[in-house]
Design a protein around this ligand. Structure first.
Ligand SMILES: Nc1ncnc2c1ncn2[C@@H]1O[C@H](COP(=O)(O)OP(=O)(O)OP(=O)(O)O)[C@@H](O)[C@H]1O
Ligand SMILES: [Mg+2]
Length: 509
């Protein structure tokens, strides 16, 4: 096991890790083209780039997950081959992956200890020690999650915290974090940054990728931008600003990040009254045709529970739901889809088939539109897929490529296209821009706006205040399963929403 060495004067120290001329090709894609990178002891180095720029590929090479095609890696000035994940770990390199890699059927504690379960005599696993260690790591991260719960009982944000906790529990000198905050709400992000800074001050070097541009100044010391597999440059975070970085990433100026189309609001589409049971109590609201209704709340406020209840994934005990003025009973997702509901889940893996190509993944929820005389209309399916590949700028634009070979953000775009092309009347979007780069975000909201203009109603669940404020017509705030406010576009401000989301949350049981 490597020892963590304290360091001082990080900026002037020799690089701990140096990458020189790294090359990586995949069939049809030059993912990394001669990338150089220096990582100093005790720095947080942010890696920025659009979806598919090569960030994850670079981290995977350092983490021993992928071999490189050419180029050199030096650790402590010595050339080195990082042969496997296991080898990387022995060198003191740990990685938090973009796609969660936990074992769903094991508990939180078992996942944190995975691969190094402490044993008692006769190889008996020391379950108490496992639980103690998990509690210690989670406490350190400032996270309240019961280590005895199974991963599949946790929300995506909680899973992400466990994933981070697992790697923090290893003693590493180099920590690679691939979009660790994509599912995390504000409070938890703050905790994570505090933990990362404490590690940095102990001399740990961190490489960090993110699509939340706002975090860079809070978390990073230096930043490197990749575009199409090439390095555009490295800057001190304190000496650069968002506009410069965006221009470097995207290669052009972005006009408007979150466009808002003017749409006439129509009759009620979805009417929910006194919905209750489970984590919800007496939730009532109306969603009209053409409307984008934002739903805001902190982690655990009941947003995803509400979405699941409406989509028939989780039964509700009380209350009524009307669609188009008619009372309906939604017991299963099939009922929901038949009634014209769509649901983009917060976990994109829930709605996609990784081994299939792009077109079938996009048309999964609308196959019946592509059946003619009982046969699947492959031509039509491909035409539709191509349309969305172009609209959302899915890279690389190769329909025959299996989904699992796309970068994380591009997979998210496919998940979104699946619902955009399904012509649903009521679309529930749970964190739709998770992991999506800045340019794609504005495309996503432009398409969502057009969907609303065509008469659909959109329920937008988001923890991104700037986004939700920019695109919603009204915003509903949930706290502990209750509606604590519904704000019109004019009334809604960051302060008002946060206040409604947090007030009284202490002391109330
Ligand atoms: N295993 C693979 N097989 C084939 N192509 C791949 C594979 N992994 C990555 N690629 C391709 O390499 C390119 C870089 O992907 P990478 O995942 O590194 O991007 P990224 O910068 O992490 O993007 P994102 O922000 O979307 O996560 C993409 O074009 C991607 O499709
Ligand atoms: Mg990635």
């Amino acid at each position: 096991m490597e020892v963590i060495r304290p360091s001082s004067g990080a900026a002037h120290a020799a690089p701990l890790l140096r990458l020189a001329g790294i090359q990586k090709r995949f069939p049809g894609v030059h993912a990394l083209d001669g990338v150089d990178l220096d990582l100093h002891p005790g720095e947080v180095h942010v890696l920025l780039g659009e979806n598919g720029a090569g960030k994850s590929t670079l981290l995977r090479i350092i983490g021993g997950v992928l071999p490189r095609d050419a180029g050199a890696i030096y650790l402590d000035g010595q050339p080195i081959e990082i042969r496997s994940v296991h080898h990387a770990r022995r060198l003191g390199i740990g990685m938090v992956h973009q796609e969660l890699s936990l074992v769903p059927s094991l508990t939180v504690a078992e996942n944190i200890a995975l691969g190094m379960w402490p044993t008692l005599r006769w190889y008996l696993v020391d379950w108490l020690a496992i639980e103690r260690q998990a509690r210690w790591v989670l406490d350190n991260l400032g996270v309240k999650i019961n280590p005895r719960l199974r991963i599949n009982q946790l929300a995506v944000a909680e899973q992400q915290l466990v994933e981070i906790a697992r790697v923090l529990s290893l003693r590493v000198r180099i920590l690679l974090l691939d979009e660790p905050t994509s599912a995390l709400p504000e409070q938890e992000r703050e905790h994570l940054f505090a933990v990362l800074h404490a590690m940095r001050d102990r001399g740990v070097s961190i490489i960090y990728t993110s699509h939340r541009l706002g975090e860079i100044h809070r978390v990073g010391d230096r930043v490197t931008v990749l575009r199409d597999g090439r390095k555009m440059g490295t800057w001190l975070v304190a000496e650069t600003d968002e506009d410069v970085l965006v221009r470097m990433m995207v290669g052009r100026e972005l006009r408007e990040l979150f466009p808002k189309l003017k749409v006439a609001i129509g009759p009620p589409l979805l009417e929910v009254s006194d919905l209750g049971g489970g984590a919800l109590s007496d939730v009532s609201f109306t969603l009209c045709a053409g409307e984008i209704l934002g739903v805001f709340g902190l982690r655990g406020a009941g947003r995803t529970t509400l979405a699941r209840a409406l989509f028939g994934l989780q039964p509700y005990e009380r209350g009524t739901v009307k669609i188009g003025g008619r009372p309906v009973h939604i017991r299963r997702p099939q009922d929901a889809i038949r009634l014209g509901l769509g649901y983009l889940t917060e976990d994109r893996r829930q709605g996609l088939v990784p081994h299939l190509q792009v077109p079938p993944n996009m048309t999964l929820a609308s196959l019946r539109h592509f059946v003619r005389y009982g046969l699947l209309d492959h031509q039509g399916e491909r035409r539709t897929a191509l349309h969305y590949v172009q609209e959302l700028d899915i890279q690389p634009p190769i329909l025959s490529r299996r989904l699992l070979f796309f970068s994380g953000g591009n997979q998210q775009k496919v998940a979104l296209a699946k619902w955009l092309c399904s012509r649903t009347k009521v679309l529930i979007l749970d964190e739709p821009t998770r992991g999506i780069d800045v340019a794609a975000k504005s495309e996503v909201f432009r398409l969502v706006g057009e969907l609303a203009r065509s008469g659909a109603g959109i329920l937008l669940l988001s923890s991104e205040l700037p986004e939700i404020l920019a695109v919603s017509d009204r915003i509903l705030v949930l706290r502990q399963g209750k509606v604590t406010g519904i704000f019109s576009r004019g009334e809604a401000t960051q302060e008002a929403l946060l206040k409604a989301a947090t007030e009284l949350s202490e002391g109330v049981t």
